[in-house]
Design a binder for this molecule. Structure first.
Ligand SMILES: *[C@@H]1O[C@H](CO)[C@@H](O)[C@H](O)[C@H]1NC(C)=O
Length: 187
């Protein structure tokens, strides 16, 4: 009885979906995919052994690293966020500050930096040696800035936050005001 109700609901939904397909020409593609999804759901219900057909997922590379003390990197050198709190896939190297993509795909990166009181700080995010964006800040006291970016990486591509000039210091201490994080969104 319960199962009958289930299939009745599915059929009702299918009929509704078909009606939408019939009435709105511009949304045909979307509605066809809805119809397909519903059919797929109904089929999966019939054969529970086929419920999970996703390919086996590899571990999702993901890292977050903190800066535990102030740093004054050389011009175009990476800020070494020295304390990795998460490093799935070991793509991030806390001694170099460089993330190397363990697998290709679309990644999201974000970083936060803090300036010395009253001082300029200019840093940028680089893919290999190419600048992708720049963060510029200065305040009467310490200032922080946060930036994020989405990059389509190949395996082996390197991403780091670099100082634009050796004159700049990134301020931090045990409270960990600065961080660099990234993770894979999709392959
Ligand atoms: C970045 O550098 C790595 C390592 O040298 C190399 O394999 C890769 O092709 C480079 N990627 C780009 C986009 O230049």
């Amino acid at each position: 009885m319960k199962l009958t109700n289930y299939y009745t609901s599915i059929l009702t939904l299918l009929l509704m979906a078909e009606m939408v397909v019939g009435t709105c020409e511009s949304d045909r593609k979307l509605d066809c995919s809805l119809l397909g999804d519903l059919l797929e759901m109904a089929m999966k219900q019939k054969s529970p052994d086929k419920v999970c057909q996703c390919p086996r997922r590899t571990k999702i590379p993901a890292f977050s690293a903190m800066l535990t003390k102030s740093q004054t990197p050389q011009t175009n050198n990476a800020i070494k966020f020295d304390k990795a709190v998460t490093n799935i896939g070991n793509g991030y190297n806390p001694t170099t500050g460089i993330f190397t993509a363990p697998i290709g795909g679309i990644y999201h990166f974000t970083y936060t930096v803090m300036s010395k009181a009253g001082k300029y700080l200019v840093v940028y995010l680089a893919l290999n040696n190419t600048k992708q964006q720049t963060t510029w800040l200065k305040g009467s006291s310490h200032e922080t800035a946060t930036t994020s970016i989405i990059l389509n990486l190949k395996k082996g591509d390197q991403v780091a936050v670099k100082s634009a000039d050796g004159i700049y210091s990134v301020h931090s201490d045990g409270n960990m005001y600065c961080s660099f994080s990234g993770y894979l969104i999709a392959q």
